[in-house]
Each structure stands twice: as structure tokens, then as C-alpha cells.
Design a protein around this ligand. Structure first.
Ligand SMILES: NC(=O)c1ccc[n+]([C@@H]2O[C@H](COP(=O)([O-])OP(=O)(O)OC[C@H]3O[C@@H](n4cnc5c(N)ncnc54)[C@H](OP(=O)(O)O)[C@@H]3O)[C@@H](O)[C@H]2O)c1
Length: 309
């Protein structure tokens, strides 16, 4: 199948390119500012995805069977810092992709976030009431609705959790951020009462590939890891997995009440109910133990890590 992949240089996009290549798909990867080389791509194109005319002509030229949208401003803080840019990437782009997918009768696989929920009424089912408490969540909810409105019969949107794994630059995921703070001599402050259900970017990528192939699945679905854990427990288990001492890799347990202004924009508990997707796919939700086994020491912090042992 010919797949038009936006965000090919990103955390999820890189994992998707590899997973789709393994399944024998022809992936055309769209890059923005990154000059990275991404394994698994049949073709690479450079495109500013905020340019509607350029996106339209690229899709009409390549005429893909499927569009997979991994481009976004995926960090809540970056959305707040540049609302116009994040609106263009997080809302206007998926809206346009859905209109074009509908026009081309192409499948559209889009990614949303667990942050469409406010975190007060977990676990969340696919039909639970969204109530985002930050701009990122509001933009993603708008994107879900626009995609469904424009391409109801062609589109599926996956709400994804906090992602773990090994990111392209080694600075993005859960364990990589902890390493960055430890290597800088800092003490990560982690919430004991903020609950997340992470999965690896690789697991999400496998699901996205299956959804490219399973054109019978539509609407909004959930994917995450097997178990919800507090950020504090996640950090503790990462430190133990890498056999780091508490002195070189300290962790400060805090609660949401310690940071009321920050907590107002961070949902407390984002446990997701994975039905019906978990029963329909070959990919199974990963335990956090299975995720840990895939984590490598992030390349930017290898020197620091080896100095600890
Ligand atoms: N990471 C997470 O923990 C997480 C959790 C839940 C959901 N998600 C969702 O998963 C999806 C993928 O996220 P991610 O973490 O993989 O994001 P990411 O690593 O930040 O990648 C973003 C991608 O968007 C591309 N992009 C941004 N602006 C562009 C522009 N103007 N023109 C062309 N390309 C542009 C970037 O390309 P260049 O770098 O080449 O410019 C990059 O490939 C997003 O929808 C995100 O909301 C992520």
C-alpha cells in the first residue's frame, strides 16, 4: 500500500516508517525542518505542512492509498508558547488532510491524545466526555471532530498516551528526560498522584500500521500500555532498571497539591479503557516491564551513565 506519512522525522513517525516497511508498505515520508535519515522510507519529501496549497498538490501528485498523520506540535508547553503555529499543525492540518482523504477516497489514520480528558473521571472509554484543560488537549479534540466530520467513512483517530521508548535524538521520551536531568546534576520532581498509562512509540506504530490495513475500523479509538502507573512509580522503575543509585539518580516525590498552578493544566489520571481496539488487533498492550526491556541508555547521556558504574 502507498502511504503518505507526515511527521516522518518525529518520535512516532520514525517508528511508523520502520513498522510499515517491515509489513512491505511503500512509505513516502514528509519532513519539515529535520535533515534526519529515517530507515524504512521509500521516498522522502520536504514540505511545510502549514502551506495548504503545497500539502494539497503533494497529495494530489502522490495519490496515496493511506495518509498517516504523525505531524504535530506534540508538547503542551510548545502549544502555549506559539498558539498560531500549533493551531496550524494540530487543527488546520488534520482538517485539510481529512478533506483531501475524503476527496481521494484514501484512508486517514490520525493521532490524538489522552489529554482530551480532564483527568478527574478515569478510566476513560472512547465515548467518555472529553473536557481538555490545556490548549494542546483542546486543539487535539478539535482535530478529532474535524477529521470525523470531513472523512467519517475513511478515517480513524487513535488517542495515544504518554510515549516511552527510544526517541530519534534520545531526549524526548520518559526515561530520556530523566537521564537528561540526572546528567545535569538535577533532581527530577515527579508526581505520586499523576497517573499515566504509557506505551512505546513502537507499540503505537504497530497499531497505526494495523489501522492502515484494517479499513473496517473507524471513529475514535484508544491505545496505551497495559497498566496505569504514577509518574513517581515510573521513574522509580526506570532508575531500578538501569541499576542507578539513588545518590546519582535522585527522584523527588511531589503531589499535585505542591504545584497548584501547574496542576491546573495537567490532568491527574489519564487511565484509558482500550476496548474495543485491544480485542480487535494482533498488537497487544505492553506491560511496563516489557517496555523497560526495550529502553536503551540515551546516546547523549552514555558518557554520564558509564561514569556512574
Ligand atoms: N510524544 C508523545 O508522548 C505523544 C503522546 C500522545 C500523543 N502524541 C501524538 O502523536 C503524534 C506524533 O507525535 P511525536 O511525539 O512523534 O511528535 P514529534 O516527535 O514532535 O514530531 C513532530 C513532527 O511534526 C513535523 N512537523 C512539525 N511542523 C512541521 C511543518 N511545519 N512542516 C512539516 N513537518 C512539520 C516534524 O518534522 P520536522 O522535525 O522535520 O520539522 C516532526 O516530524 C502527534 O499527533 C502527537 O500529538 C504524542
Amino acid at each position: 500500500m502507498k502511504i503518505f506519512l507526515t511527521g516522518a522525522s518525529g518520535f512516532v513517525g520514525v517508528a511508523f516508517a520502520e513498522a510499515a516497511h517491515r509489513r512491505g508498505h511503500h512509505v513516502i515520508g514528509v519532513f519539515g525542518a529535520s535533515a534526519a535519515s529515517v530507515p524504512g522510507l521509500a521516498q522522502k519529501i520536504v514540505l511545510d505542512l502549514t502551506n495548504r496549497a503545497a500539502v494539497t498538490s503533494a497529495l494530489l501528485e502522490h495519490f496515496p492509498d493511506t495518509v498517516v498523520n504523525c505531524a504535530a506540535v506534540a508538547e503542551p508547553a510548545q502549544c502555549e508558547a506559539d498558539p498560531a503555529r500549533s493551531d496550524a499543525l494540530n487543527v488546520a492540518l488534520p482538517t485539510l488532510l481529512a478533506q483531501l482523504a475524503n476527496h481521494l477516497s484514501a484512508r486517514l489514520v490520525h493521532i490524538s491524545t489522552e489529554q482530551v480528558f480532564d483527568g478527574t473521571a478515569a478510566p476513560y472509554a472512547t465515548d467518555s466526555r472529553p473536557n481538555p484543560i490545556n490548549l494542546y488537549g483542546r486543539q487535539k479534540l478539535l482535530s478529532e471532530r474535524a477529521v470525523q466530520a470531513a472523512a467519517r467513512t475513511f478515517a480513524v483517530t487513535v488517542r495515544a498516551p504518554l510515549l516511552s521508548g527510544n526517541s530519534p535524538a534520545g531526549r524526548r521520551s520518559l526515561h530520556e528526560r530523566l537521564f537528561a536531568e540526572w546528567a545535569a546534576g538535577q533532581t527530577p520532581r515527579v508526581y505520586t498522584d499523576e497517573i499515566r498509562q504509557p506505551c512505546t512509540a513502537g507499540s503505537l506504530a504497530e497499531v497505526l500500521v494495523e489501522l492502515c490495513e484494517r479499513t473496517d475500523l473507524h471513529g475514535v479509538v484508544h491505545w496505551a500500555g497495559h497498566e496505569p502507573l504514577s509518574r513517581h512509580e515510573l521513574a522509580r522503575r526506570i532508575r531500578a532498571h538501569f541499576k542507578l543509585a539513588e545518590t546519582s539518580a535522585p527522584i523527588l516525590a511531589i503531589t499535585r497539591a505542591d504545584t497548584p498552578a501547574v496542576s491546573a493544566t495537567r490532568p491527574a489520571n489519564l487511565t484509558l479503557d482500550l476496548q474495543p481496539l485491544a480485542g480487535l488487533l494482533k498488537t497487544q498492550p505492553e506491560t511496563f516491564e516489557a517496555q523497560l526491556d526495550q529502553f536503551i541508555v540515551p546516546p547523549p547521556f552514555r558518557e554520564w551513565y558509564h561514569a556512574q558504574n
